[in-house]
Design a protein around this ligand. Structure first.
Ligand SMILES: NC(=O)C1=CN([C@@H]2O[C@H](COP(=O)(O)OP(=O)(O)OC[C@H]3O[C@@H](n4cnc5c(N)ncnc54)[C@H](OP(=O)(O)O)[C@@H]3O)[C@@H](O)[C@H]2O)C=CC1
Ligand SMILES: O=C(O)C1=N[C@H](C(=O)O)C[C@H](O)C1
Length: 239
């Protein structure tokens, strides 16, 4: 498969390494915020965007207009997600966005939903989320923490929003910490005066994110439509 890498920072480089090991070729690397780059749909099967929040929407929609499917892991741009989906559909293209491509985190997401469902009736427990990432991270809270919060909000009628740091009683507080070299740690805590329940996912490197993104790109090649990591994992476990 021929892959265009939109964003060639920490993640772009990790993806390149894994893609090559899986027999794919990198046909384009966009390393910085340049106005125009040479997207060629005749020699590109999939584009993978791990760039910066302010660049993602333009990168993604430019690919759709060239008929190139996109795997996007960039976080912090989701106010434009619905618009991106519409442009994908208008151009008969294909799209997967995930706040976290790690297979382990996607298992953690399932666990989070199951736990939220069990805790929804237990009124003595408050819920909070903590995320810890490296100091270069541009957005806060992390996309993964937002996904975790949205999953809880969806299951638990006692909470109807989230806030970074100081939250109202009916909101989930998300605490974002920045610590040198941490690839990504997420903790969901339910606390009462009697006890505390915590689930934690700790990434040990960026390999899990990169592998998941390449597996998603393999899934997306030659497809049309909007997909999620749930589709990718279902396909993986079936085959
Ligand atoms: N979904 C997931 O599983 C994961 C998502 N992420 C997300 O991926 C994104 C990238 O992370 P990471 O690799 O660590 O960040 P980096 O800062 O290491 O890499 C981003 C790169 O994109 C470059 N860039 C800037 N503007 C553009 C542009 N217009 N087009 C293409 N590239 C551009 C940056 O250049 P310059 O430095 O010159 O600005 C930089 O080299 C972040 O949003 C992060 O949150 C990260 C890990 C996992
Ligand atoms: O910026 C990062 O590094 C990461 N970003 C993603 C996020 O915002 O959730 C995923 C992962 O935690 C690493």
């Amino acid at each position: 498969m021929n892959i265009a890498l939109l964003g060639y920072g920490k993640m772009g480089k990790a993806i390149e390494e894994i893609a090559k090991k899986r027999g794919h070729s990198i046909v384009l690397k966009v390393e910085e915020d340049i106005e125009n780059y040479d997207l060629d749909s005749s020699k590109t099967d999939v584009a993978i965007d791990f760039s910066v929040p302010k660049a993602a929407f333009k990168n993604i929609t430019t690919c759709f207009k060239h008929g190139i499917p996109v795997v996007c892991g960039t976080t912090g741009w989701l106010e434009d997600y619905e618009k991106a989906k519409k442009i994908c559909e208008e151009n008969n293209s294909a799209f997967i966005y995930a706040s976290n491509f790690s297979l382990g985190v996607n298992v953690f997401f399932e666990l989070n939903q199951k736990l939220a469902n069990m805790m929804k009736g237990l009124e003595d427990y408050s819920v909070e989320i903590e995320e810890i990432h490296h100091v270069q991270k541009l957005d806060a809270p992390s996309g993964t923490a937002i996904t975790l919060a949205e999953q809880i909000i969806d299951k638990n009628p006692r909470v109807d929003g989230w806030q970074l740091d100081d939250a109202e009683k009916d909101e989930i507080p998300i605490y974002a910490k920045r610590v040198e070299d941490v690839p990504g740690t997420h903790t969901v805590t339910y606390d009462s005066s009697i006890d505390k329940i915590e689930i934690v996912h700790t990434a040990k490197s960026r390999q899990g994110f990169a592998l998941g993104a390449v597996v998603a790109a393999e899934y997306l090649k030659d497809k049309t439509g909007i997909f999620t990591m749930k589709d990718v994992l279902a396909d993986l476990f079936e085959n």
